[in-house]
Structures are given as C-alpha cells and as structure tokens.
Design a protein around this ligand. Structure first.
Ligand code: CP
Ligand code: NVA
Length: 291
C-alpha cells in the first residue's frame, strides 16, 4: 500500500511537524526540490475550487512535475466507470492522485485501489490539506505550532473537523464555538461552547469558514440565521490573546462569517494562509512520493 493522505491521521506528530518545517524551507527556496521531475500528478475535481486547484497545479510544476487537472464530466467516472477501475488506470500514468469530491467514502475507495498515493483535496467530511497550510501560517506568525490555541468560530463542517483532528495532531489546542446542537461536536474540538467570547479567550488565532459549504445550499437560510452571532469581527479578536491573528480558509463572504475590516485588516494572515497552501502541499507531495 502506498502512503495516502485522506484525513491527516496517517501522519505522526513528528512527521506532521517535520512536514511543516519542510514547507517553510520550501517556501524560502521554492525551486530547490524536484522530486516530481518527469512525473505527472492527477488532480480530480468533482467540486469547484480556486485555491486548491491553483496551489496544487502550481506546486506540482515547481516540484518539476506535470499536473493533469481532470474536472467532473471529463472522466468516464461520470458515465458510470467505477472508482476502482479509475484508480487502477490513473496509477499507471501518474505519481500521485489528488481528489476533491463530496462523499469521503469515495476517496477512501479510490485509495484502496490506487498503487500511488492519494491526497484528499476536500470531501464533505474532511479538508486536511487546508490545515497543513494553517499550521504553516501559525508557525510563521508565532515561531512554533505546538502549544498554541486556535478558536474555530462558526459552522461545524469539513474544515472545522480537520482543524480539530490535524490541529490536535500538531499539538494545537482547538476550541470550537458553534450554536448548540451543531455537528461541530462530531469534529471533536478540545472544547466546545456556544459562546464565541469563551472560545476565543487566550486564543492565538481565531478561525472562520463559510456558513454554507458546498452541498449545504438547501439549508443556507437556516444556517445564516443560526450562525449570525458567530461572525468574526474586531471586537471578538480583542477578546483573544494579545497579538492574535485571524485565519479563514476562504472563499470569504465579508459581512457574513467575517467582517471586511478583519478580512482586509492588519490582524489577519488570511492571504498568507492562501499562499501557504502551495508550500505545505509541496512538502506533502514530496513526502508521499519521494518518502
Ligand atoms: N480553501 C479552499 O480549499 O479553497 P478552494 O475551495 O477555492 O479550493
Ligand atoms: N467548508 C467549505 C470549505 C471550502 C474550501 C466547503 O466545503 O464548501
């Protein structure tokens, strides 16, 4: 079985922290490592993407490789070919496969049949590559990862779950603030409250994501109503630790889950975080493909 990266728990804490260190080194010297020279990487998108596509496509190129972006509808998968057969064929041509889709079970099934590493580029349940970039951004801001506290404020979604899982793996305390009954509980943050002020106390970073994820559009109105008290603004940042930063995986909806003042203000590291997707994923690709 090749190594895969499906929910992040495939790595030990030491491997995760070494990967973040490696990502920082790659950011400083972007073209020094070429583990994908002469090799291709398939990037399968069954859901839209701006950052994930850009960062993987540019990152594979910087590693010396050739990215092959495949959108849903372009593959025979859309006409009923199985995930198993798709995996068997993809692995004959590429060094690794990235996939973004809804059902997490589909990514697991693809990995089961793939002779090359499979990377989860987002499912409805997990978004672990996002958290690699988040940890790199924390390392840049605070000089370390372990021992920090992040407060995730908002909808209990794929990003919240991966932050709880991969954050904890990296030694970060992840607190959650969400309306009572929110599925954030399933993401197992270290602490969970319905009071944003309580969650952000002592936090080094406050983290936002959209209130309406891909696939949740039919419950958008209810989510916006329930989550209205969970907007990240300057007043909430003031209640966090001194020097606290704002993070957001993006895409943002200014005025909804985050104010424009925070999104474009001096306390955010959100646009660095978006860039860090490329550096963190390059370190992941190197680890999975070159060992
Ligand atoms: N954060 C993130 O994954 O963005 P995209 O949906 O644009 O890829
Ligand atoms: N939770 C969001 C993340 C987008 C990158 C979604 O799944 O749509």
């Amino acid at each position: 079985m090749p190594p895969h990266f499906l929910d992040g728990t495939e790595l030990s804490r030491d491997e995760l922290l070494a990967l973040i260190d490696r990502a920082a080194a790659m950011k400083a010297h972007p073209l020094d490592a070429r583990p994908l020279a002469g090799r291709s990487v398939a990037l399968v998108f069954e859901r839209p993407s701006t950052r994930t596509r850009l960062s993987f496509e540019a990152g594979v190129f910087e590693l010396g490789g050739h990215p092959i972006v495949l959108r849903s509808g372009e593959l025979q998968l859309s006409r009923g070919e199985s995930l198993r057969d798709t995996a068997l064929v993809l692995a004959r041509h590429v060094a690794a496969i990235g996939i973004r889709t809804g059902p997490h079970a589909d990514v697991v099934e693809l990995a089961e049949h793939s002779a090359v590493p499979v990377i989860n580029m987002l499912t409805a349940d997990h978004h672990p590559v996002q958290v690699l970039a988040d940890l790199l951004t924390l390392r840049e801001a605070f000089g370390r990862v372990e021992g920090l506290k992040i407060a995730y404020v908002g909808d209990g979604n794929n990003v919240a779950r991966s932050l709880a899982v991969v954050g904890a793996l990296g030694g970060v305390e992840v607190a959650g603030a969400a309306p009572a009954g929110d599925p954030l509980e399933a993401g197992r943050p270290a602490t969970l409250t319905d009071d944003p002020a309580e969650a952000v106390a002592g936090a080094h970073a406050i983290y936002a994501d959209v209130w309406v994820s891909m696939g949740d559009e039919d419950t958008a109105d209810r989510r916006r109503a329930d989550l209205a008290p969970y907007r990240i603004d300057d007043a909430l940042l003031d209640r966090a630790a001194p020097g606290a930063i704002a993070l957001h995986c993006l895409p943002a909806h200014p005025g909804e889950e985050i104010t424009a003042e925070v999104l474009y203000g001096s306390r955010q590291r959100i646009w660095d975080e978006a860039e860090n997707r490329r550096h963190a994923q390059k370190a992941l690709l190197e680890l999975l493909v070159a060992g």
